[in-house]
Design a protein around this ligand. Structure first.
Ligand code: PLP
Length: 399
């Protein structure tokens, strides 16, 4: 089945006696049982709810179209999904994580996992020998994003899986594929064990739901995660499951158009005299472009760039009219952020410096607006920001 077809053609309400053409919201906490000892297919919405089941089946079908045993689990947020995956670890186990990662994932690892005895090692996953050295016989989970957030570096999924199998055979490889979605990248098909999504971003696409997902293809792992989802109670509610399912139907058309616009914006930024460095896997000069092309279907909708000064970047994002300053990305409307003050502020400044995370980094998420409008808005904001930069230079000169 073609991927566009798969997004809209799925069993929307299996078993519903009214045969609705769209998935109903089964907004109920409990389901009447057949008897005191027979629970039936559903008994309590924390354990399972039909709207969530349909969403989870669709997530598994998108991530692993050829594997009917693949299973997905929907959670109240991306971090709830990550928390569920980290429940597979016990004290003494080791987690190897990429050093360019979402600030909230870093906070979860440092503030909640490490104090409970899990050893976390951060490595540059683009450095293959450093990665191999980080694995030990106690490594049980390997976590990375690709493209990374916010520097958009590309990690070779197949190479990490091969290194893990060679040096840490008991470890599970988890790819946070939030920035790509299954429309652009399917890590399970490249050998990974677990795919994580902050479905709040591209999967939902409309900025009106907070949700997360884990997708796996191993039956034993699926059973472990199903247990955690029920035992911990962070599964996604029926209404949010419905909204997410609705958003996912337009995933392909949204991303194809947003990505084409992102490419134009990135090329424009690259040629702009006030921009110091642009990070976008679709740019010709990008060293990672080929690797990314081998493991995905496109560069995505997120661009980051530097202006040379944190203050200038601040004025720039505050001067934009079409890009509200917002922490998230992947929505139908464009947004801008300064990762060091926002999504990555939970990483201490010293650690950010060690990881070469530039303080002047601006991150843009490109939406469905017309490219020319976005470029005009960026040009105007750049002019304002440049004026401030020149004013500062004069002040420094006078002093
Ligand atoms: N992973 C990535 C790459 C993210 O950017 C985010 C949130 O920004 C998360 C995970 C966490 O997802 P959520 O905000 O839905 O909990």
């Amino acid at each position: 089945m073609n991927d566009h077809t798969r997004l809209v053609q799925f069993e929307s309400a299996p078993g519903d006696p009214f045969h609705p053409s769209n998935t109903p919201i089964y907004q109920t906490a409990t389901f009447a049982q057949e008897s005191a000892t027979e629970f039936g297919q559903y008994d309590y919405s924390r354990s399972g709810n039909p709207t969530r089941t349909i969403l989870e089946r669709q997530l598994a079908a998108l991530e692993c179209p050829d594997d009917h045993d693949a299973r997905a689990f929907a959670f109240a947020s991306g971090l709830a999904a990550l928390t569920a995956a980290t429940r597979l670890l016990k004290p003494g186990d080791e987690l190897v994580a990429c050093d360019d990662l979402y600030g909230g994932s870093y906070r979860l690892f440092t503030k909640l996992l490490e104090p409970r005895g899990v050893v976390v090692r951060y490595v540059d996953f683009t450095d293959k020998s450093a990665l191999a050295r980080a694995f030990t016989t106690r490594t049980r989970l390997i976590h990375f994003e690709t493209p990374t957030n916010p520097l958009l570096r590309i990690v070779d999924i197949r190479a990490v899986v091969a290194a893990a199998r060679a040096h840490a055979p008991e470890a599970r490889v988890l790819v946070d594929s939030t920035a790509m979605s299954p429309w652009l990248q399917r890590p399970l098909e490249l050998g990974a064990d677990i795919v994580l999504h902050s479905a709040t971003k591209l999967l939902n696409g409309h900025g009106d739901v907070t949700a997360g997902a884990l997708v796996v293809h191993d039956a034993a792992l699926a059973a472990e995660l199903a247990f955690v989802q029920n035992a911990e109670g962070a599964g996604l509610g029926p209404f949010d499951s419905f909204l997410l399912l609705r958003g996912m139907k337009t995933l392909g058309v949204r991303i194809d158009r947003q990505q084409a616009t992102a490419q134009r914006v990135a090329e424009h930024l690259e040629s702009h005299p006030d921009v110091k460095e642009v990070f976008y896997p679709g740019l010709r000069g990008s060293e990672d472009r080929e690797l990314h092309a081998r493991q995905s279907r496109g560069p995505g909708v997120v661009i980051s760039f530097r202006t040379g000064s944190r203050e200038v970047s601040c004025v720039l994002v505050e001067s934009l009219k079409l890009f509200p300053i917002a922490v998230s990305f992947g929505s139908v409307n464009s947004t801008a952020s300064l990762p060091c003050c926002m999504s990555h502020a939970s990483i201490p400044p010293k650690v950010r410096t060690q990881r070469r995370l530039p303080e002047d980094l601006v991150r843009l998420s490109i939406g469905l607006e017309e490219a020319a409008d976005l470029i005009a808005d960026l040009n105007l904001a750049m002019t304002k920001a440049r004026a401030l930069g020149e004013l500062h230079a004069q002040e420094v000169h006078v002093a």
